[in-house]
Design a protein around this ligand. Sequence first.
Ligand SMILES: [Fe+2]
Length: 432
Amino acid sequence: MNHLKQITLIISVILPVLIFASCSKDEQEENVDEVLLPIITSITPLQGQEGDPVTIKGANFSANTTQIKVDFNGVESDEISFSSIAQISTVVPKGATTGEISVTIVEQTVKGPIFTIEEEGTGVITPPVGQEKTPSNFKIAFFGDSNIGSAAKAVLNLVKSEGADAVVHPGDLNYAEIPVDFESHINEILGADYPYFFCVGNHDDEAWNGPNKYQSFLEERFKRLGISWKGQLGVTSSFYYKGIFFVISAPDEFGITSASAGNHIRKELAQDESVWRISFWHKNQRLMQVGGKSNEAGWNVYEESRKGGAIIATAHEHSYSRTHEMSNFQNQVISSTENTVNLWKDDASTSSLDEGRSFAFVSGLGGKSIRDAESGLDQNPWWADVYHSNNGGQHGALFGEFNYEGDTSLARFYFKDIDGTVRDEFFVRSNN
Ligand SMILES: [Fe+2]
């Protein structure tokens, strides 16, 4: 009996103590996890202006954005658009000055490198009003995914023979990531002073930053041409050329989210009053291409461009596809199937109405390869035209002639391949 009492005592008194001890040990471990100091391993970019997206990589962050505070030299950013244990996406806050970035997770603060606020003057772009008008039949060639082989050279020769005045290349330049080779490829055929505008693609990001990399070559070209720009050229930036406003974004590159890229597009288009605006980036949403690409760009970039009345130029998938006029990309709402596509800005004063209209295209037959249409995506009703390896696809470019025949709000577009065949032809009317 005595013996049994002893056992009962052990079970009733000592066991709960053991369980309690083991629980509190777990709790202690959790507490240890919570107080780990955050570590910053990289911040991209390290310079910029108010509203520019910034990606911080490291460890011991938090997936809960409310637990995170990012300060730019003591000024707290009011936007944490994404966070995980290893990454924080934020934007440069209003009033920030050059100085250390610090990250606080709960109450643990770590300081990072110096973030430089670009001074006014270096990043200010020239407003076009009354200064530079778009010439009649000003022609831009749009194509991406080029590489530098014989097909890419044939496309550049087509650009030249069509008399195009500029190129917009939405990414994937030289797949070997050797910028100097790509630069000579352009210069040999079009010249070092040719207005050749590109943005970063997923095959360009490892050779993007630094001396003799893609961005520095692009900056040097802009300087030679006397074009000023705002932001990180080819990544999150904007500029004017011949009275046309260009907005570059890079959703899903360098940790830039679609939300953050969309905010950039909205802000840039809101402060512009040009008739013609072109918004370009590299990647796609699955339903906005006809091949094997998945949802990478996010919808924000399409929707903000549409609401800003901007033409949407992408690449990434190696085929050509062009939508009808759309009143919503995310829900794939077609507003017209006429051969003249309208661009309309959303009127901010009519909060219940969304007047934004635009169209989007993938022009990815710049020379790298020609892919097929997959999963019946080419049959979707919003496509006005598709061109791929199943229907005789060939490398080529989409050409847009702005101020067509002197009509300042009209553009004529046509896709022409390197065999000289015109595969698509339509008009764009700007109501901006
Ligand atoms: Fe790509």
